[in-house]
Design a protein around this ligand. Structure first.
Ligand SMILES: O=C(O)CCC(=O)C(=O)O
Length: 292
């Protein structure tokens, strides 16, 4: 049983890729310290706030919740695989329909194609250091599928319930890997990521798919509960990258602290794997997926 997560320095991505690969295969998650500089994180953060400034919150009031999935019936959400879309915190509005917080503190996340559509996020996502990280965990033919800025704003940022990313980004064979960057320091107080290492060898519990007649559904594949007692917190400093398998269960608690916890997360799949038409995330045909 694993009681800590494997941690490496960023230089090891190039110099000790085989060791990182072995640790990743063993635990389904690795932490890469100081992957991005403070300046890179500041630039991503500034760009996220600029995008939010340009967003018309009254035009799109889609709330994102990992508890209710109510957003998933919404075209704004279903079309966001080829867009830069904004989703609001569950507690964003008061009973009178007024925002409780500023616009930027009401946003849950931005997604899901900023890695191709926004110049700042695209440059970071398609960088040689990101490619080195992808190759270190065994990708021969990565395609950049999905990107999100998770805002987790102070005081109001909601919980992300325990899940496996292959539920949402399924391929046959499964190939999804997440690359999660701490743009702000993530601690136990502001809702850092938590993982169940080794559980990438357990079953995929569910798939989230589009229904033939419209709408979406969550279909159960396995009744095995997540072994929550084995869950380990992954506090991360600004610029640390956490890489995890699409099968590794993970979550993050609500941010009830006074400190922000912004993260940028990128999900890749293998070009050789089949990407079903029933996955919720579909790209417009004019926007094929790209690698590095
Ligand atoms: O940033 C978070 O709190 C959750 C992110 C997540 O679940 C993911 O990147 O797959």
């Amino acid at each position: 049983m694993m009681n800590e997560l494997p941690v490496f320095q960023a230089q090891a991505l190039a110099s000790s890729a085989a060791v990182i690969r072995a640790a990743f295969d063993q635990s389904g998650v690795v932490i890469i310290k100081e992957f991005a500089s403070a300046e890179e994180c500041a630039a991503l953060k500034q760009r996220a706030f600029e995008l939010i400034d340009e967003f018309d919150i009254d035009a799109h009031r889609t709330v994102f919740s990992t508890k209710s999935q109510a957003h998933s019936e919404d075209d704004y959400f279903l079309n966001s695989g080829g867009a830069i879309s904004f989703f609001l915190e569950e507690e964003a509005y008061d009973d009178n329909g007024r925002l409780r917080r500023s616009k930027s503190e009401s946003i849950n996340k931005i997604g899901h194609a900023m890695h191709d559509l926004d110049p700042v996020f695209s440059a970071f996502s398609h960088s040689t250091s990101m490619e080195t990280a992808a190759r270190a965990v065994g990708f021969d033919d990565p395609l950049l599928l999905q990107s999100m800025v998770i805002m987790k704003p102070p005081g109001i940022g909601g919980e992300v319930t325990c899940h496996q990313d292959s539920t949402f980004l399924y391929t046959d064979p499964e190939s999804c890997i997440g690359f999660w960057l701490a743009v702000d320091e993530a601690t136990l107080e502001n809702g850092c990521m938590e993982f169940i290492p080794g559980e990438h060898r357990g079953p995929l519990r569910r798939v989230f798919r589009r229904k033939p007649g419209g709408g979406t559904e969550m279909a159960d594949l396995s009744a095995d509960p997540y072994p929550e007692a084995r869950r380990i917190a992954a506090p991360a400093g600004t610029g640390d990258l956490v890489i995890f398998s699409g099968r590794t269960p993970h979550m993050s608690r609500a941010n009830r602290s006074a400190r922000p916890r912004m993260a940028y997360t990128l999900h890749m799949i293998s070009a050789a794997a089949h990407y079903p038409k029933w996955n919720w995330l579909q790209r417009p045909t004019a926007m094929p997926l790209k690698g590095f």
